[in-house]
Design a protein around this ligand. Structure first.
Ligand code: GLN
Length: 559
C-alpha cells in the first residue's frame, strides 16, 4: 500500500453497520479492526456518521449520548471518536464526525448559493451525494490506506436510510475498494439453552432489502459460536463461513482487538479487499499495556465528582485516561463515582474518607456546583491529591477565593451574573456571541508551563498543547491576590496570558487545568497529568507507609 509499493493505490472504504440492537459496540469493533490494520503498518482513519439532526453533539446534554469529545481542530464530536483516538493514537478532526444536520446544512447552503442550478434538491441524489462526498473526503489525499466509516444507529431506522443508500451506491460504484461489515447480536435463550440466529437473519434481510449485502458478519454473543451456528449464519446470510466473526463479551474494550485478531477479522477483510495480508501484525505496545492492566501492583481509589455520574459515558475519556495512566504505573484505579449534588458540608468527610485522590469533572451550569466546591475544600484542607478539569479547575478557584482569600461571595459569572468577586468570568471574545452551538473556545491551544511546577514535572517540557472547550476563564484581575495567598498560575497561554493551569505549591498535588487533558490520553501515550496525579497519590501513600487498603478499612470503619 502507500509507501510500501511506491505507487499510490486506491483508498479502501470499509463500512460498519449495526443490526438487531443498539449498543453492540460498533465503535469498538471499528476501532479494533483499525488497530489490527494499523498494526500491519497501514494508515487508517475511522469516521462516524450520526443520523441525528443536531449539527454536532456540542449542544447535547450528556444524558443523551454521553460525553462530547473534542478534537484538535475544535470539533465537538461523538464519544466514539475518543475510542478511535485512544486505540489508534492518531488525532481525528471534524471530517471524522458527520451528522445528518451537517449534511443537510451543507446541501441547503449550496441550494441557497444557487449551486443546484434550478434543479429540485432531493434526498437521492443530493443528500446521498453529500454523504458520499463526506466519506470520500478522508480518502481523497494520499493520507490513508483505509477509511473505516461507522454508520450510527441500527439498520432499519428511518433516519439512517440515506446512509445505507449511500453505502449501496458506493459499493456499486467501487466494488473492489469497498466492504461492508455488519455487526449483529446472536442472543442466548437460557430457557432453550441455545444461541439464536434468527435476529441476525432478519437484520441481514433488511439490509438486503436496501440493496446492501454484508461481506463480513461480526456477531456479538455471550457464548462461543459453534461451527454449526457459524455455518447456519453463513448460509442464510450469503457470507463466507470464515467471514462470520464471533465477538464474545470481553472483560475490557482493550481486549477486543486481540479477540478480533484470533477470529482473523483483519485477514478476512484484507483478503476480501484484495490486499496482501502477509505483513506482520505488531501489537507489542498494545500487549504490554494489556498485561500491565491485568496485573496491577496495587489499587488506588479516586473519587470522580460530577453531576452526570448516573451515566458513566458522560465521563468516558476521564475514566479511560485513568485506565491508561494506571497501567503505565502498574496501578489499578478504582473510581468512586460521587454525585456532586449529594455532597454537603456535613457528609463531605464520609464521602471522601475512603479515597486517595479527588477529581472534579468538567461541566456547565449551576447544578451540583456547591458539592464540587465542598469536595475541593476537603481535598485542599486535608492534603488529598486533587485534579480539577475545566469547570473543576474553575470551582477550585472559587473555593480558594471564598475560603482562603475570604471573598465570601466569589463566584463564576456563568453561575451568578452579579457577584462582587467574579473570579471566573466570561472570556472577552465570548461576550458578544449569542449562539450556543460551536461558539466556545475550542480545540488545541498552546500553553507555557512554569518551571518547578507539578505540571512541568509531569509533562517534562516547557510548552504543551491541549484541547479546550469553555466560555469562562480565570479573571486576571485576581492573579496577584491568589498568588500571594498560595494559588499560582503555572500554565498560561503564551500570547494572551490566559491562565490555563492553577496549582497550590504548598499541597502534595493540587492541579486545576482549564483544558481537557482527558481528550489526549491514549493506550500507548497515557496523559502526563493523569500519570502525575496517580504518582502523587502513590508517593503520598508511600511516605505515610500506609497501604491504601488498610487506610480504606479504617475509613469505612469510622464511617
Ligand atoms: N462551563 C465552564 C465554561 O464554559 C466550563 C466548561 C467545561 O467544563 N468544559 O467555561
Amino acid at each position: 500500500m502507500h509507501g510500501s509499493t511506491g505507487t499510490a493505490k486506491a483508498t479502501k472504504y470499509i463500512f460498519v453497520t449495526g443490526g438487531v440492537s443498539s449498543s453492540l459496540g460498533k465503535g469498538i469493533i471499528s476501532a479494533s479492526l483499525a488497530k489490527l490494520l494499523q498494526a500491519r503498518g497501514m494508515k487508517v482513519t475511522i469516521q462516524k456518521l450520526d443520523p441525528y439532526i443536531n449539527i454536532d453533539p456540542g449542544t447535547l446534554n450528556p444524558y443523551e449520548h454521553g460525553e462530547c469529545f473534542v478534537t484538535d481542530d475544535g470539533a465537538e464530536t461523538d464519544l466514539d471518536l475518543g475510542h478511535y483516538e485512544r486505540f489508534l493514537d492518531v488525532p481525528t478532526s471534524q471530517a471524522n464526525n458527520i451528522t445528518t444536520g451537517r449534511i443537510y446544512q451543507s446541501v441547503i447552503d449550496k441550494e441557497r448559493r444557487g449551486e443546484y442550478l434550478g434543479r429540485t434538491v432531493q434526498v437521492i441524489p443530493h443528500i446521498t451525494d453529500e454523504i458520499k462526498r463526506c466519506v470520500q473526503i478522508l480518502g481523497s489525499g494520499d493520507e490513508y490506506d483505509f477509511v473505516i466509516t461507522e454508520i450510527g444507529g441500527t439498520v432499519g431506522d428511518i433516519e439512517s436510510l440515506p446512509y445505507v443508500e449511500a453505502v449501496r451506491q458506493m459499493r456499486w460504484e467501487h466494488p473492489e475498494d469497498t466492504l461492508v461489515v455488519h455487526l449483529t447480536l446472536v442472543p442466548y435463550l437460557s430457557a432453550a439453552g441455545e444461541l439464536k440466529t434468527k435476529p441476525t437473519q432478519h437484520s441481514v434481510k433488511q439490509l438486503l432489502e436496501f440493496g446492501v449485502q454484508p461481506d463480513v458478519l461480526v456477531c456479538r454473543t455471550e457464548h462461543e459460536l459453534t461451527r454449526s451456528i457459524r455455518n447456519k449464519l453463513a448460509r442464510f446470510c450469503n457470507v463466507d463461513e470464515e467471514a462470520v466473526i464471533q465477538s464474545i463479551d470481553a472483560q475490557s474494550i482493550y481486549e477486543v482487538p486481540i479477540l478480533m485478531q484470533e477470529e482473523r477479522l483483519d485477514e478476512v477483510v484484507l483478503m476480501k479487499l484484495g490486499v496482501d495480508s502477509r505483513a506482520v501484525v505488531n501489537l507489542d505496545s498494545w500487549n504490554q499495556f494489556l498485561s500491565r492492566n491485568k496485573k496491577p501492583n496495587r489499587t488506588v481509589r479516586v473519587a470522580l465528582v460530577g453531576k452526570y455520574v448516573e451515566l458513566k459515558d458522560s465521563y468516558k475519556s476521564i475514566a479511560e485516561s485513568f485506565t491508561h495512566a494506571g497501567a503505565a504505573s502498574n496501578l489499578a484505579v478504582d473510581l468512586k463515582w460521587v454525585h456532586s449534588e449529594q455532597v454537603h458540608k456535613d457528609n463531605v468527610e464520609e464521602a471522601f474518607a475512603d479515597v486517595d485522590g479527588i477529581l472534579v469533572a468538567p461541566g456547565f451550569g449551576s447544578r451540583g456546583i456547591d458539592g464540587k466546591i465542598e469536595a475541593i475544600r476537603y481535598a485542599r484542607e486535608n492534603g488529598i491529591p486533587f485534579f480539577g478539569i475545566c469547570l473543576g479547575m474553575q470551582c477550585a478557584v472559587i473555593e480558594f477565593a471564598r475560603n482562603v482569600l475570604g471573598l465570601e461571595e466569589a463566584h463564576s459569572t456563568e453561575i451568578k451574573d452579579y457577584t462582587p468577586h467574579p473570579v471566573i468570568d466570561m472570556m472577552e471574545e465570548q461576550k458578544n456571541i449569542a449562539d450556543m452551538g460551536g461558539t466556545m473556545r475550542r480545540g488545541a491551544y498552546p500553553c507555557a508551563l512554569a518551571p518547578g511546577s507539578h505540571a512541568s514535572a509531569a509533562y517534562g517540557k516547557a510548552r504543551i498543547e491541549e484541547r479546550h472547550r469553555h466560555r469562562y476563564e480565570f479573571n486576571d484581575q485576581y492573579r496577584e491576590q491568589f498568588a500571594e495567598a498560595g494559588m499560582v498560575p503555572t500554565g498560561t497561554h503564551p500570547d494572551s496570558g490566559l491562565v490555563e493551569i492553577v496549582e497550590i505549591p504548598d499541597h502534595p498535588w493540587f492541579v486545576g487545568a482549564q483544558f481537557h487533558p482527558e481528550y489526549k490520553s491514549t493506550v500507548v501515550t497515557p496523559h502526563p497529568l493523569f500519570k502525575g496525579f496517580l504518582q502523587a497519590i502513590v508517593k503520598l501513600q508511600d511516605s505515610r507507609d500506609v497501604p491504601s487498603s488498610a487506610k480504606r478499612d479504617t475509613g469505612s470503619e469510622s464511617a
